[in-house]
Design a binder for this molecule. Structure first.
Ligand SMILES: *Cc1c(COP(=O)(O)O)cnc(C)c1O
Length: 387
């Protein structure tokens, strides 16, 4: 099976992990800060807090921004469920902003209308979480301008996006967001097996996330509320979590980060080949904004005939090609429908979902693989149109 996404592990990656296994620290050693430094260097963010996965990073980002009971958070319905779940972990309410029909990213028109209505109703969100679907950056300038006007904080869910840029600046630099979150799941751009990170320009937000990542515990003498009783003494100041990244994960991450530019270049090369190979088919490719370079996590296409999607999906899978669909709209998940969302709430997201198919895209693919995928897709479209 040609996987839709897959890690790229080198001999150097393996050696880096083995080194940690033979070292003193498996957790809470020097590799996590080194990995955070490498992400700071790549994104130009002053602070980065590495955690066990991006879901944990989204949770901590919400908590650091003060999200709690009585608050509202808005995100995109075309995302992985974690983009919404993080608000519910904090006891807040979640709502969704409809997407742009072409990019599948949060629509700034819908956002502007929804913010104006929410202000009237006294129901403004505390935080909005735009998601860079496939690594294609949202219209962050417009989102940041709106957020500022209404006094709303912004977390970018850039789980798909490390190594990408927007307006000539790296994603994660936080020019248009309070916090950016990246995922290092094996299908993403670089991997730490499981892993995530939050970047920010704000020292206090970084400090808050670092504190909550490790049980809300304080050891620094200057921070203690009582006299220190001895070298063993620590205080718990908040209800934190164990969201720490291990040294093994961080060592893999440091090694992978050395190939970040290479990974993104290869993904963009493959995407260019897809554009050429698929040019005459009855579909359109989901493409990034002009003023950005996408990390190209996913190759999503929109079919002109959505009714063929299911048969085409089965045809491709039978041919050994692991096509996928990113994503089923979050608000139509049974869990979210039980909370009151219903079909028709977000018409653009629901229409986008019907049209989309994800083709394989990862650095291990060859020109021959892409030709095979494109050929099979062509055959599949002919076969299912006749059927
Ligand atoms: C993968 C992903 C997450 C969650 O990442 P984990 O590291 O698996 O927790 C969150 N949001 C989006 C958009 C993702 O694709």
């Amino acid at each position: 099976m040609i996987a839709y996404g897959k890690q790229d592990i080198s001999a150097a990656d393996i050696a880096a992990v083995v080194d940690v296994l033979q070292s003193e620290f498996l957790t809470q050693g020097p590799k996590v800060p080194a990995f955070e430094q490498s992400v700071c260097a790549a994104t130009q963010a002053p602070y980065a807090v590495a955690v066990s996965n991006a879901t944990a990073a989204l949770h901590l980002a919400c908590l650091a921004l003060g999200v709690g009971a009585g608050d509202i958070v808005w995100t995109s319905p075309i995302s992985f469920i974690a983009s919404a779940n993080c608000a519910l972990y904090c006891g807040a309410e979640i709502d969704f902003v409809d997407v742009d029909p072409v990019t599948g990213n949060m629509s700034t028109e819908s956002l502007a209308v929804k913010l104006a209505e929410a202000e009237q109703a006294g129901m403004l969100p505390k935080v909005i979480i735009p998601v860079h679907l496939a690594g294609h950056c949202c219209d962050m300038q417009t989102i940041a301008t709106l957020a500022q006007r209404y006094g709303v904080k912004v977390i970018e869910d850039a789980s798909h996006g490390i190594g990408g840029s927007y307006c000539q600046q790296p994603i994660g630099r936080c020019d248009y967001a309070d916090i950016t979150v990246f995922s290092f799941h094996p299908v993403k751009i670089v991997t730490t097996a499981e892993g995530g990170i939050a970047t920010t320009k704000d020292a206090a937000l970084a400090e808050s996330m670092a504190h909550l990542r490790s049980h809300g515990v304080v050891r620094d003498a200057a921070m203690l509320t009582r006299p220190q009783e001895g070298g063993w003494y620590y205080e718990q100041h908040a209800l934190g979590f164990n969201y720490r990244m291990t040294e093994l994960q961080a060592a893999l991450g440091c090694s992978q980060m050395q190939r970040l530019t290479q990974f993104v270049a290869k993904r963009n090369e493959l995407a260019a080949q897809y554009r050429h190979l698929l040019a005459d088919l009855p579909l359109s490719l989901v493409e990034p904004l002009d003023n950005s370079i996408s990390a190209r996590h996913l190759q999503i296409v929109r079919l002109q005939q959505p009714e063929l999607r299911k048969a085409l999906f089965d045809f491709m899978r039978q041919a050994g090609i692991q096509v996928h669909v990113h994503y089923f709209p979050i608000h139509l998940q049974p869990y979210y429908m039980a909370r009151g969302f219903k079909a028709g709430d977000l018409p653009q997201a629901e229409a986008f979902y019907q049209q989309i198919l994800t083709l394989p895209l990862h650095p291990g693919l060859t020109t021959e693989d892409l030709a095979f995928i494109a050929d099979t897709l062509k055959q599949g479209l002919t076969a299912v149109t006749k059927a």
